[in-house]
Design a protein around this ligand. Sequence first.
Ligand code: NAD
Length: 509
Amino acid sequence: MNDEQISATVDRVLSAYGGRSAASSATATVAAGGAPVNAVDGRVDRIIADLLNSAGRGAGEPTGTACTKGGGDGIFDDMNAAVAAAVEAQRSYLLCSLADRRRFIDGIRAAVLQEENLKRLAADAVEETGIGRYDHKLIKNRLAAEKTPGIEDLVTDAESGDNGLMLVEYSPYGVIGAITPTTNPTETIICNAIGMLAAGNSVVFSPHPRATQVSLFLVRLINRALAELGAPANLVVTVSRPSIENTNAMMAHPKIQMLVATGGPGIVKAVLSTGKKAIGAGAGNPPVVVDETADIEKAARDIVAGASFDNNVLCFAEKEIIAVASIADRLLAGMRRSGAHQVTDPEIIRRLERRVLTEKGGPVTECVGKSAAWLLAEVGITVGPEIQLIVMEVGKDHPFVQEELMMPILPLVRVPDVDTAIDVAVEVEHGRRHTAVMHSTNVAKLTRMAKLIQTTIFVKNGPSYAGDGNGGPGYPTFTIAGPTGEGLTSPRSFARRRRCVLVDALNVR
Ligand code: NAD
């Protein structure tokens, strides 16, 4: 509402109470943005206060509603208090316009993209979690802030005919509980906050306890950016001490309408067991198949680039190579030229197994996301900074093949032909339907693998990250929902489908 509209409304109200002189002084105060004057009586003061509250709203909003402005950092000591604040925020957010949503999301993007913030997020994440690479985290955070889709993703379907007009629109769920991983702590919060707010929700984040400080910094940053733009307070909240207990309390809270888990199998199973609408973005174990028709030198370069990106912690990164025997040696030679260190000594492989695998066979937490040089140093081998990846030949039943390691150790399994390679790839992906990669120029075999493996992402002739909008077509996300089927999540994944019908009218054909 602009000053002229406010003035006209105040005039109309005051004409019933006491005349234009009071209206003039009230209007002057409104225009100056100050406190309302005592125009005629208490009722008028209240009316003017409401007008003042609504003066910051964007054009095109519903009249008689208020997109209440906020403040605060969105960080609460208690999960119940965090959820209550997010509930109130979302109610107010319902009355904001789409233009407001766009502004708020642009504000989040801009805050993250400020150079000093980008650098701090990347540096703090590496320091606090001990996972990944500063330079690659810079790229990932930038990608999430720049390219996560916004409100344009919420496309309305319409159908009209003799019986009238039907619209099917994407509406918010309400308050979403979002659980985020250690491996992409800030990227996931950026991407989820943009997507969930674009769909009209508020969000309670439950970060991984080992990423507490960097997550709190980001939530604070987002809240300050939103407050500057006049957004309702507490659209994005979290707790000061993230823990499993707090996550459980959030999942069980009756006011949380939707849960989104980005993490390993345990947390995906937990959200799917709540009885609430849940999105599970779980573990992968992406195989990369290379056949004899591929451009082997390029395949070698792409595999090293994809598998070493952020020290292999991406859920969609190449985790094992299945190579046709006739090109396996050439592929390994190409990888060595592109920054891979090949381990051939069985004793070194055994030492690596002992260092990076737990007794149960999974990855040792301390080794997740460490560099190739760090891992090699642990087994007594010194290499230069040009080494990005460790590669070795093993059988398909080796734990390096079967387990999702999330470190730059990439085993190669040699098989006689491409059909066997595809079968092995399907087997070691374990039916997670996450990501697979294939290097081949044989369209029939590319199609065969895509059909049989059924992964959410299937990258042909490129590094795995090209499947997530990084150097390939399409938008990025850091919440890839294989188990629950949303795929690469975007705002519409966080929205409900609602039908609005106008009977017997507005068909203008
Ligand atoms: P994780 O499962 O250990 O933790 C993820 C989140 O879940 C954390 O916030 C953690 O505190 C919480 N959590 C875990 N178990 C819980 C439980 N029993 N009760 C309550 N909360 C629990 O995973 P991580 O090590 O942080 O991340 C790596 C894993 O996440 C890998 O398996 C990776 O593939 C997967 N991941 C998947 C995607 C995707 O988009 N599909 C993206 C990133 C990571």
